[in-house]
Ligand binder design. Structure first.
Ligand code: NAP
Length: 316
């Protein structure tokens, strides 16, 4: 059994890091694989104001760094590598085989899916062609490049408003284009956007194309109520229209909903025995850092109980 881990965690955002913290403190043989830098989406979040314990909020990168250090301090081993596929157990007492991008194979008794979600694309003409030349999916990364320039944000959720407010620190004007007559985002963010003189709303409107030769020059929008189409001149277009779960490698072995979110019970158990899930990749009502960390703790304890039961050493 020496080369078979007890718990393998795939994904190093707040959910995976918390699962790793709990599993390491339980002295499990646990290893976490993350394809990039640990931290997940909070690495590109300017400020997080709804994670308890920080009276004035906390910077996303700082929180990511502290979560990573805390898990490592208690013994979590993190490896930068992407898992490409998972082979299910051949028998109940067997192991899952995780194949990594470099061809190596990792054996484990249990798995925790913490792979999060990726940003959606609009799929309109000009979007892909102008990525990195004015089209962006990350305000924290690219916002400072738009000092004194005009930008358009597409979307009406928490990310669109939060990042729109962040962009208003640099840009001379931020126009938020949203397809409905009201926003989806939390009220406090809506209030701040309304009070910000640099932010303008373009509601009931969809983006139909992004124009520009070597760089973004304008976005084409159409009002869904009046049918009127117009161009909004801008230097940058930031697209925040939701997320898609990163669940592809799990789909052949666990049940997902029609959008690809992994279905689990209250103990984070999926339809496949030995596989647990936590964070944004899980089907649930509220996707926040605080719910991701709660999921992570539960998934780790469930995985620990599962492994100890397999080994006949559970504490009854
Ligand atoms: P979201 O909540 O799913 O919102 C996506 C927005 O984009 C919605 O307003 C949606 O319009 C719009 N949209 C979707 N597809 C579109 C399309 N094809 N064309 C035009 N508009 C489109 O996504 P999110 O804002 O990225 O947030 C993701 C999750 O993270 C959410 O659970 C959110 O609460 C959470 N989050 C929380 C915080 C925080 O707590 N501070 C910050 C960021 C994100 P409709 O409203 O019409 O559907």
């Amino acid at each position: 059994m020496a080369d078979i881990h007890e718990i393998v965690i795939l994904g190093g955002g707040p959910a995976g890091l918390t699962a790793g913290l709990y599993a390491a403190r339980a002295r499990m043989d646990v290893i976490l694989f993350e394809k990039a830098m640990p931290g997940g989406q909070i690495l590109v979040t300017d400020r997080i104001e709804n994670f308890p314990g920080f009276p004035e909020g906390v910077s996303g990168p700082d929180l990511a760094e502290w979560m990573t250090k805390q898990a490592a301090h208690f013994g979590l081993k993190t490896v930068m590598a992407e898992a490409k596929s998972i082979e299910p157990k051949k028998k109940q007492s067997g192991y899952f085989l995780v194949k990594l991008e470099d061809g190596s194979q990792i054996k484990t008794l249990s798995l925790i899916a913490a792979t999060g979600a990726g940003w959606n694309r609009l799929g309109i003409p000009g979007e892909v062609e102008l990525i990195g030349r004015g089209v962006s999916y990350c305000a924290t990364c690219d916002g400072p490049l738009f000092r004194s320039k005009e930008v358009v944000v597409v979307g009406g959720g928490d990310t669109a408003l939060e990042d729109g407010l962040f962009l208003a620190k640099f840009a001379s004007k931020v126009t938020i284009v949203h397809r409905r007559d009201r926003l989806r985002a939390t009220k406090i963010l809506q209030e701040r956007a309304e009070a910000n003189p640099k932010i303008e709303m373009c509601l009931d409107s969809v983006a139909t194309g992004i124009a520009g030769n070597s760089r973004v020059e304008a976005i084409k929008v159409k009002n869904l109520k009046t049918g009127v189409a117009k161009d909004i001149r801008c230097d940058g277009v930031f697209i925040f229209i939701g997320i898609t779960p990163s669940s592809d490698i799990f789909k052949p072995i666990v049940k997902t909903d029609d959008k690809g979110y992994i279905i689990a019970d209250d103990d984070m158990k999926t339809s496949c025995e030995g596989i647990f899930v936590c964070g944004d990749v899980r089907k649930k009502a509220l996707r926040q850092v605080v719910t991701a960390t709660g999921d992570g703790a539960t998934a780790a304890v469930s995985a620990q109980n599962y492994v100890e039961r397999l080994k006949g050493i559970e504490y009854k």
